[in-house]
Unconditional design. Structure first.
Length: 393
């Protein structure tokens, strides 16, 4: 039922339209919308299925390493996430984490690192994870405490990471740790750490309202070879931000997928729910709410695909990605809340589609930079270059 006229916008090409249709058809026959009891097993199975069907090839860059193209196509990533999210939040999560968890390797990995990890990620044979956040260092990356000390041809890691998606089921983690080349964010480096590395343990599994694998990691004298470092020493913040710049826009796309599904459900409900001798859709209050929902979705989509298109043209999109992420996630929360309201009591029954969406959307307003952080990013970018801000207005 979803309105797909946005696929004809000039931000997208014919290949993107074909990609969305193919994935939508595939997802309709392969993806369950239900939350599974064993989330770890469900996530592993989804990664295998997405890999076997070739969708994970879009999550990595380099045809020699299993990728569809030499660079990651941000618009393709966004369309895939939006489509998967419309079908299943966990399927979207499984795809997104393969990209986010291996993105730093695509961007900064050595030839050996790329050959070792990326083909397995693309095939769904290895599960990736991105370990940046800490108990006291989420959005404030400069406060990072996890440390890596070089000893000969090795680094020894000590500290903790938390809120790590795929924690506990990942085959490897891209880990950011303080190496001390300079104060603050300039003294951080990135490493690829295999899950079976001695000294790495899963300190805690974390349960959240929309089930997916999540954990706190502990590093206790975890020794890794110096060759596991990604990029130059002290460039970890640069590595992290470059990776997030690709995938932050795709968070907005996932929110779009959730919002579009909620609008579809609301339209069906409004057309069939009897009330006072009419159906819900006959009431002007309902019509006004549906209009607000549809308009908010289109506004979010315009911002999302603008940012994705700009990045694919090689432009810097820090401000645009933040605008898209902020607007799409906040709008999706409002759209889904309105859909739940239209369902009445049925809207809060466990495992109803709108109830699942209500739980799944909440985290998107926080992870990869909370809404308030996006506001700071947008303002900072405007103040850095007021002329560019005026030109874009």
């Amino acid at each position: 039922m979803s309105d797909k006229t946005y696929l004809n916008w000039p931000f997208l090409d014919g290949r993107h339209r074909e990609l969305e249709q193919s994935l939508d058809d595939w997802a309709s026959g392969h993806i369950s919308q239900q939350h599974e009891a064993d989330v770890d097993a469900a996530c592993r199975a989804l990664v295998r299925e997405l890999g076997a069907a070739g969708w994970l090839r879009h999550a990595v860059g380099g045809t020699a390493f299993g990728g569809v193209g030499e660079a990651i196509d941000t618009r393709a990533i966004c369309l895939i996430r939006e489509t998967l999210a419309r079908h299943s939040g966990l399927a979207d999560f499984a795809f997104a984490m393969q990209g986010l968890g291996s993105g730093a390797i695509t961007l900064y990995g050595s030839e050996a690192q790329k050959r070792s990890y990326l083909p397995r990620v693309a095939a769904g044979e290895a599960i990736a994870a991105f370990a940046l956040s800490e108990p006291n260092a989420g959005s404030d990356v400069a406060s990072m405490q996890c440390a890596a000390v070089q000893e000969g041809d090795s680094y020894v890691l000590n500290g903790e990471k938390t809120w790590i998606s795929n924690g506990g089921i990942a085959d490897f983690y891209v880990v950011f740790a303080r190496t001390g080349e300079a104060p603050g964010a300039r003294g951080i480096s990135a490493f690829v750490v295999d899950a079976d590395a001695p000294g790495l343990e899963i300190a805690e599994r974390i349960e959240v309202i929309a089930p997916h694998p999540l954990a706190r990691l502990r590093f206790a004298d975890c020794r890794v070879p110096a060759s596991s470092r990604l990029g130059a020493a002290g460039e970890g913040f640069k590595v992290a931000m470059a990776t997030l710049d690709i995938f932050r826009t795709s968070v907005a796309a996932a929110a779009l997928g959730f919002a579009r599904r909620a609008l579809d459900e609301a339209l069906r409900r409004a057309g069939t729910r009897s009330m006072f001798g009419q159906v819900l859709a006959d009431f002007q209050l309902t019509q006004a709410k549906l209009a607000q929902m549809a308009t908010g979705i289109d506004a979010s989509a315009l911002l999302t695909y603008r940012a994705a298109w700009q990045r694919d043209q090689g432009q810097r999109v820090t401000r645009e990605a933040a605008m898209a992420k902020m607007t799409a996630t906040e709008t999706a929360q409002q759209v889904i809340d309105a859909a739940v309201q239209m369902f009445g009591g049925l809207g809060v029954v466990s495992e109803q589609p709108v109830e699942r969406l209500y739980r799944e959307i909440r985290a998107l307003r926080i992870y990869e930079g909370a809404t308030e952080v996006q506001q700071l990013i947008i303002a900072r970018e405007m103040l850095r270059d007021p002329g560019a801000a005026r030109a874009a207005a």
